[in-house]
Design a protein around this ligand. Structure first.
Ligand code: PEP
Ligand code: MN
Length: 338
Protein backbone atom coordinates (compact mmCIF):
# COMPACT_ATOMS: atom_id res chain seq x y z
CA UNK A 1 0.00 0.00 0.00
CA UNK A 2 1.02 3.61 -0.49
CA UNK A 3 -0.04 6.07 2.18
CA UNK A 4 -0.19 9.55 0.67
CA UNK A 5 0.08 12.22 3.36
CA UNK A 6 -1.64 15.61 3.10
CA UNK A 7 0.73 18.42 2.04
CA UNK A 8 0.35 20.06 5.45
CA UNK A 9 0.90 16.86 7.47
CA UNK A 10 3.59 17.55 10.06
CA UNK A 11 6.31 15.23 11.33
CA UNK A 12 4.27 14.00 14.30
CA UNK A 13 1.49 12.83 11.95
CA UNK A 14 4.00 11.12 9.67
CA UNK A 15 5.59 9.33 12.63
CA UNK A 16 2.18 8.26 13.94
CA UNK A 17 1.42 6.60 10.59
CA UNK A 18 4.82 4.88 10.56
CA UNK A 19 4.23 3.56 14.08
CA UNK A 20 0.79 2.27 13.11
CA UNK A 21 2.19 0.50 10.03
CA UNK A 22 4.82 -1.17 12.20
CA UNK A 23 2.11 -2.27 14.62
CA UNK A 24 0.34 -3.85 11.67
CA UNK A 25 3.53 -5.80 10.94
CA UNK A 26 4.35 -3.89 7.75
CA UNK A 27 7.73 -2.67 6.49
CA UNK A 28 8.03 1.06 5.87
CA UNK A 29 9.54 2.84 2.88
CA UNK A 30 9.52 6.60 3.37
CA UNK A 31 9.85 9.05 0.51
CA UNK A 32 9.76 12.75 1.25
CA UNK A 33 8.88 14.83 -1.79
CA UNK A 34 8.86 18.62 -2.04
CA UNK A 35 5.08 18.71 -1.95
CA UNK A 36 4.17 15.78 0.25
CA UNK A 37 5.41 12.67 1.96
CA UNK A 38 4.56 9.23 0.68
CA UNK A 39 4.88 6.18 2.90
CA UNK A 40 5.13 2.77 1.29
CA UNK A 41 3.87 -0.13 3.38
CA UNK A 42 5.48 -3.41 2.40
CA UNK A 43 4.22 -6.83 3.46
CA UNK A 44 1.04 -8.87 3.85
CA UNK A 45 -1.86 -6.42 3.97
CA UNK A 46 -4.39 -6.88 6.78
CA UNK A 47 -8.02 -6.82 5.60
CA UNK A 48 -9.00 -3.51 7.16
CA UNK A 49 -5.59 -1.78 6.90
CA UNK A 50 -6.76 0.74 4.29
CA UNK A 51 -9.72 1.87 6.45
CA UNK A 52 -7.54 2.10 9.58
CA UNK A 53 -4.95 4.25 7.85
CA UNK A 54 -7.41 6.45 5.98
CA UNK A 55 -8.97 7.31 9.35
CA UNK A 56 -5.68 8.69 10.62
CA UNK A 57 -4.91 12.38 10.95
CA UNK A 58 -2.90 13.84 8.04
CA UNK A 59 -3.57 10.95 5.67
CA UNK A 60 -4.96 12.04 2.31
CA UNK A 61 -5.47 8.61 0.75
CA UNK A 62 -4.25 5.03 0.75
CA UNK A 63 -3.63 3.30 -2.57
CA UNK A 64 -2.80 -0.39 -3.02
CA UNK A 65 0.43 -1.26 -4.86
CA UNK A 66 -0.71 -3.46 -7.70
CA UNK A 67 2.60 -4.88 -8.92
CA UNK A 68 3.96 -7.89 -6.99
CA UNK A 69 7.39 -6.21 -6.89
CA UNK A 70 6.73 -3.39 -4.45
CA UNK A 71 10.19 -1.87 -4.00
CA UNK A 72 11.50 -2.56 -7.50
CA UNK A 73 8.37 -1.16 -9.18
CA UNK A 74 7.50 2.35 -10.29
CA UNK A 75 4.40 2.75 -8.13
CA UNK A 76 6.33 3.59 -4.98
CA UNK A 77 9.20 5.30 -6.75
CA UNK A 78 8.48 7.05 -10.00
CA UNK A 79 11.90 8.58 -10.64
CA UNK A 80 14.66 6.34 -12.04
CA UNK A 81 17.29 5.18 -9.56
CA UNK A 82 20.92 6.02 -10.11
CA UNK A 83 23.20 3.33 -8.72
CA UNK A 84 26.71 4.51 -8.01
CA UNK A 85 29.72 2.22 -7.94
CA UNK A 86 32.79 4.12 -6.86
CA UNK A 87 31.96 7.15 -9.04
CA UNK A 88 30.48 5.17 -11.95
CA UNK A 89 26.80 6.02 -12.28
CA UNK A 90 24.28 3.50 -13.66
CA UNK A 91 20.93 4.94 -14.70
CA UNK A 92 22.17 8.45 -15.40
CA UNK A 93 22.66 10.01 -18.83
CA UNK A 94 25.90 8.16 -19.50
CA UNK A 95 26.03 4.60 -20.80
CA UNK A 96 28.34 2.55 -18.59
CA UNK A 97 30.73 0.15 -20.29
CA UNK A 98 31.88 -2.85 -18.24
CA UNK A 99 34.38 -5.12 -19.95
CA UNK A 100 36.89 -7.80 -19.15
CA UNK A 101 37.55 -11.49 -19.42
CA UNK A 102 34.99 -14.16 -18.64
CA UNK A 103 37.36 -15.59 -16.02
CA UNK A 104 40.41 -14.25 -14.25
CA UNK A 105 43.10 -16.63 -15.51
CA UNK A 106 46.28 -15.07 -14.16
CA UNK A 107 48.24 -11.88 -13.67
CA UNK A 108 49.37 -11.26 -17.24
CA UNK A 109 45.96 -11.95 -18.80
CA UNK A 110 44.02 -9.83 -16.30
CA UNK A 111 46.36 -6.84 -16.15
CA UNK A 112 46.72 -6.71 -19.93
CA UNK A 113 42.93 -6.79 -20.33
CA UNK A 114 42.42 -4.20 -17.60
CA UNK A 115 44.83 -1.78 -19.31
CA UNK A 116 43.10 -2.37 -22.62
CA UNK A 117 39.65 -1.72 -21.15
CA UNK A 118 40.89 1.45 -19.49
CA UNK A 119 42.67 2.75 -22.61
CA UNK A 120 39.66 2.07 -24.84
CA UNK A 121 37.38 4.05 -22.52
CA UNK A 122 35.65 1.39 -20.42
CA UNK A 123 34.37 2.42 -16.99
CA UNK A 124 34.52 -0.87 -15.10
CA UNK A 125 36.38 -4.16 -15.21
CA UNK A 126 34.70 -7.55 -15.02
CA UNK A 127 36.26 -10.94 -14.35
CA UNK A 128 35.03 -14.15 -12.78
CA UNK A 129 36.93 -15.65 -9.85
CA UNK A 130 34.18 -18.15 -9.01
CA UNK A 131 32.84 -19.54 -12.26
CA UNK A 132 29.43 -21.20 -12.65
CA UNK A 133 30.42 -23.80 -15.25
CA UNK A 134 27.92 -26.15 -16.83
CA UNK A 135 30.39 -29.02 -16.49
CA UNK A 136 32.08 -29.77 -13.16
CA UNK A 137 35.20 -30.71 -15.16
CA UNK A 138 35.54 -27.24 -16.73
CA UNK A 139 37.81 -24.52 -15.23
CA UNK A 140 36.09 -23.32 -12.05
CA UNK A 141 38.01 -20.07 -11.55
CA UNK A 142 40.91 -19.02 -9.31
CA UNK A 143 38.76 -18.21 -6.27
CA UNK A 144 40.39 -15.96 -3.68
CA UNK A 145 43.56 -15.65 -5.84
CA UNK A 146 41.39 -14.28 -8.64
CA UNK A 147 39.78 -11.76 -6.31
CA UNK A 148 43.20 -10.53 -5.21
CA UNK A 149 44.20 -10.05 -8.84
CA UNK A 150 41.01 -8.07 -9.48
CA UNK A 151 41.77 -5.80 -6.54
CA UNK A 152 45.29 -5.28 -7.89
CA UNK A 153 43.92 -4.52 -11.38
CA UNK A 154 41.69 -1.86 -9.81
CA UNK A 155 44.67 -0.38 -7.98
CA UNK A 156 46.62 -0.18 -11.26
CA UNK A 157 43.87 1.20 -13.49
CA UNK A 158 41.43 2.91 -11.13
CA UNK A 159 38.60 0.90 -12.72
CA UNK A 160 36.03 -0.41 -10.22
CA UNK A 161 35.60 -4.17 -10.51
CA UNK A 162 32.61 -6.50 -10.60
CA UNK A 163 32.77 -10.23 -9.99
CA UNK A 164 30.28 -13.03 -9.47
CA UNK A 165 29.51 -14.59 -6.12
CA UNK A 166 28.15 -18.12 -6.35
CA UNK A 167 27.65 -19.16 -2.76
CA UNK A 168 26.05 -17.38 0.22
CA UNK A 169 29.06 -18.33 2.34
CA UNK A 170 31.41 -16.44 -0.03
CA UNK A 171 29.50 -13.14 -0.05
CA UNK A 172 31.63 -11.55 2.64
CA UNK A 173 34.86 -12.66 0.95
CA UNK A 174 33.89 -11.38 -2.52
CA UNK A 175 32.50 -8.14 -1.06
CA UNK A 176 35.84 -7.51 0.59
CA UNK A 177 37.68 -7.45 -2.76
CA UNK A 178 35.24 -6.14 -5.36
CA UNK A 179 33.14 -2.99 -5.82
CA UNK A 180 30.04 -4.70 -7.19
CA UNK A 181 28.65 -8.19 -6.57
CA UNK A 182 27.36 -10.08 -9.59
CA UNK A 183 24.56 -12.59 -9.27
CA UNK A 184 24.75 -14.84 -12.30
CA UNK A 185 21.87 -16.08 -14.43
CA UNK A 186 22.02 -19.55 -12.88
CA UNK A 187 21.58 -18.08 -9.41
CA UNK A 188 18.90 -15.50 -10.10
CA UNK A 189 16.46 -17.46 -7.97
CA UNK A 190 18.94 -18.56 -5.31
CA UNK A 191 16.94 -16.78 -2.64
CA UNK A 192 19.39 -17.30 0.21
CA UNK A 193 22.15 -15.81 -1.95
CA UNK A 194 19.90 -12.86 -2.86
CA UNK A 195 19.14 -12.22 0.82
CA UNK A 196 22.81 -12.43 1.70
CA UNK A 197 23.92 -9.84 -0.90
CA UNK A 198 20.94 -7.75 0.18
CA UNK A 199 22.45 -7.54 3.65
CA UNK A 200 25.69 -6.05 2.32
CA UNK A 201 26.08 -2.47 1.18
CA UNK A 202 27.86 -3.44 -2.03
CA UNK A 203 25.95 -2.64 -5.23
CA UNK A 204 24.54 -5.74 -6.92
CA UNK A 205 24.47 -6.63 -10.62
CA UNK A 206 21.54 -9.01 -11.02
CA UNK A 207 21.54 -11.02 -14.22
CA UNK A 208 18.32 -12.33 -15.65
CA UNK A 209 17.83 -16.08 -15.20
CA UNK A 210 18.22 -18.29 -18.25
CA UNK A 211 14.48 -19.01 -18.34
CA UNK A 212 13.20 -16.22 -16.11
CA UNK A 213 10.22 -14.06 -16.94
CA UNK A 214 10.55 -10.31 -16.41
CA UNK A 215 8.29 -10.59 -13.37
CA UNK A 216 10.45 -13.32 -11.80
CA UNK A 217 13.53 -11.20 -12.46
CA UNK A 218 12.03 -8.15 -10.76
CA UNK A 219 10.90 -10.30 -7.83
CA UNK A 220 14.50 -11.53 -7.51
CA UNK A 221 15.56 -7.86 -7.31
CA UNK A 222 12.87 -7.39 -4.67
CA UNK A 223 14.62 -9.96 -2.44
CA UNK A 224 17.78 -7.83 -2.47
CA UNK A 225 15.95 -4.52 -2.00
CA UNK A 226 13.88 -5.89 0.87
CA UNK A 227 17.03 -6.59 2.86
CA UNK A 228 17.84 -2.89 2.68
CA UNK A 229 20.32 -2.88 -0.21
CA UNK A 230 18.86 -0.38 -2.68
CA UNK A 231 21.79 -0.47 -5.13
CA UNK A 232 20.59 -3.00 -7.69
CA UNK A 233 21.40 -2.92 -11.41
CA UNK A 234 19.61 -5.41 -13.69
CA UNK A 235 21.38 -7.17 -16.56
CA UNK A 236 19.62 -8.74 -19.54
CA UNK A 237 21.88 -11.52 -20.87
CA UNK A 238 19.65 -13.49 -23.20
CA UNK A 239 17.08 -16.17 -22.44
CA UNK A 240 16.78 -19.74 -23.60
CA UNK A 241 14.42 -20.18 -26.54
CA UNK A 242 13.90 -22.85 -29.20
CA UNK A 243 16.68 -21.29 -31.31
CA UNK A 244 20.02 -23.12 -30.95
CA UNK A 245 21.88 -20.98 -33.54
CA UNK A 246 22.83 -18.50 -30.82
CA UNK A 247 23.76 -19.39 -27.22
CA UNK A 248 20.68 -17.51 -25.98
CA UNK A 249 18.16 -15.12 -27.48
CA UNK A 250 18.76 -11.50 -26.48
CA UNK A 251 15.44 -10.11 -25.28
CA UNK A 252 15.73 -6.51 -26.41
CA UNK A 253 12.12 -5.82 -25.53
CA UNK A 254 12.99 -6.46 -21.88
CA UNK A 255 14.93 -3.17 -21.81
CA UNK A 256 12.05 -0.73 -22.44
CA UNK A 257 9.66 -3.03 -20.59
CA UNK A 258 11.74 -3.19 -17.42
CA UNK A 259 12.37 0.55 -17.59
CA UNK A 260 8.62 1.06 -17.72
CA UNK A 261 7.91 -1.31 -14.82
CA UNK A 262 10.89 -0.51 -12.61
CA UNK A 263 13.05 2.43 -11.54
CA UNK A 264 16.17 0.25 -11.50
CA UNK A 265 18.91 0.70 -14.12
CA UNK A 266 19.16 -2.01 -16.81
CA UNK A 267 22.28 -3.03 -18.69
CA UNK A 268 22.83 -5.65 -21.38
CA UNK A 269 25.40 -8.43 -21.75
CA UNK A 270 25.48 -9.22 -25.48
CA UNK A 271 28.39 -11.68 -25.08
CA UNK A 272 26.49 -14.35 -23.13
CA UNK A 273 23.39 -13.68 -25.22
CA UNK A 274 25.12 -14.31 -28.54
CA UNK A 275 27.79 -16.84 -27.61
CA UNK A 276 29.59 -15.75 -30.79
CA UNK A 277 31.92 -12.76 -30.89
CA UNK A 278 30.87 -11.76 -34.41
CA UNK A 279 27.35 -10.98 -33.22
CA UNK A 280 28.39 -8.98 -30.16
CA UNK A 281 28.91 -5.51 -31.76
CA UNK A 282 25.50 -5.46 -33.46
CA UNK A 283 23.70 -6.57 -30.29
CA UNK A 284 25.64 -4.07 -28.17
CA UNK A 285 24.55 -1.24 -30.47
CA UNK A 286 20.97 -2.45 -30.54
CA UNK A 287 20.94 -2.51 -26.72
CA UNK A 288 22.12 1.10 -26.49
CA UNK A 289 19.56 2.13 -29.09
CA UNK A 290 16.84 0.38 -27.04
CA UNK A 291 17.73 2.41 -23.95
CA UNK A 292 20.18 0.22 -22.01
CA UNK A 293 22.01 2.06 -19.23
CA UNK A 294 25.16 0.09 -19.87
CA UNK A 295 26.85 -2.91 -21.45
CA UNK A 296 28.87 -5.80 -20.13
CA UNK A 297 31.24 -7.19 -22.73
CA UNK A 298 33.69 -10.07 -22.62
CA UNK A 299 37.12 -9.26 -23.98
CA UNK A 300 40.29 -11.34 -23.92
CA UNK A 301 43.82 -10.58 -25.18
CA UNK A 302 43.85 -14.00 -26.92
CA UNK A 303 40.31 -15.39 -27.23
CA UNK A 304 41.64 -18.58 -28.86
CA UNK A 305 43.51 -19.37 -25.63
CA UNK A 306 40.76 -18.35 -23.19
CA UNK A 307 39.94 -20.83 -20.42
CA UNK A 308 36.26 -19.96 -20.74
CA UNK A 309 33.96 -18.33 -23.27
CA UNK A 310 36.69 -17.65 -25.86
CA UNK A 311 34.24 -17.99 -28.79
CA UNK A 312 32.17 -15.03 -27.53
CA UNK A 313 35.08 -12.84 -26.42
CA UNK A 314 36.18 -9.87 -28.48
CA UNK A 315 39.88 -9.51 -29.18
CA UNK A 316 41.52 -6.15 -28.37
CA UNK A 317 41.17 -4.68 -31.87
CA UNK A 318 37.51 -5.62 -32.17
CA UNK A 319 36.80 -4.29 -28.69
CA UNK A 320 38.43 -0.92 -29.46
CA UNK A 321 36.49 -0.67 -32.72
CA UNK A 322 33.21 -1.39 -30.96
CA UNK A 323 33.81 1.31 -28.35
CA UNK A 324 34.45 3.86 -31.10
CA UNK A 325 31.29 2.79 -32.94
CA UNK A 326 29.25 3.07 -29.76
CA UNK A 327 30.19 6.71 -29.12
CA UNK A 328 28.16 8.34 -31.95
CA UNK A 329 25.38 5.85 -31.39
CA UNK A 330 25.04 6.78 -27.73
CA UNK A 331 24.94 10.45 -28.75
CA UNK A 332 22.25 9.80 -31.32
CA UNK A 333 19.96 8.53 -28.55
CA UNK A 334 20.71 11.44 -26.23
CA UNK A 335 23.34 9.63 -24.16
CA UNK A 336 27.12 9.47 -24.05
CA UNK A 337 29.61 6.76 -23.20
CA UNK A 338 30.73 7.19 -19.60
C1 PEP B 1 29.27 -14.14 -16.44
O1 PEP B 1 28.93 -12.98 -16.70
O2 PEP B 1 30.42 -14.43 -16.08
C2 PEP B 1 28.30 -15.24 -16.56
C3 PEP B 1 28.58 -16.48 -16.14
O3 PEP B 1 27.14 -14.88 -17.14
P1 PEP B 1 25.65 -15.48 -16.95
O4 PEP B 1 25.46 -15.65 -15.48
O5 PEP B 1 24.80 -14.44 -17.57
O6 PEP B 1 25.63 -16.78 -17.70
MN1 MN C 1 31.47 -15.85 -19.65
Amino acid sequence: MIVVMEPKADEAKIQAVIARLQELGLGVHLSRGVERTIIGAIGEKKDNAIEILEAMDGVEKVVPILAPFKLAGRELQETPSVVEVDGVRFGDREVVLIAGPCAVEGEAQLFETAELVKAAGGSMLRGGAFKPRTSPYAFQGLGREGLKLLAEARRRTGLPVVSEVLDPKDVELVAEYVDMLQIGARNMQNFSLLREVGKTRRPVLLKRGISATVEEWLLAAEYVLREGNRAVVLCERGIRTYEPATRNTLDLSAIPLVKHLSHLPVIVDPSHAAGKWRLVPALAKAAVAAGADGLMIEVHPHPDHALSDGPQSLNPANFRRLVEELRPLAQAVGRALA
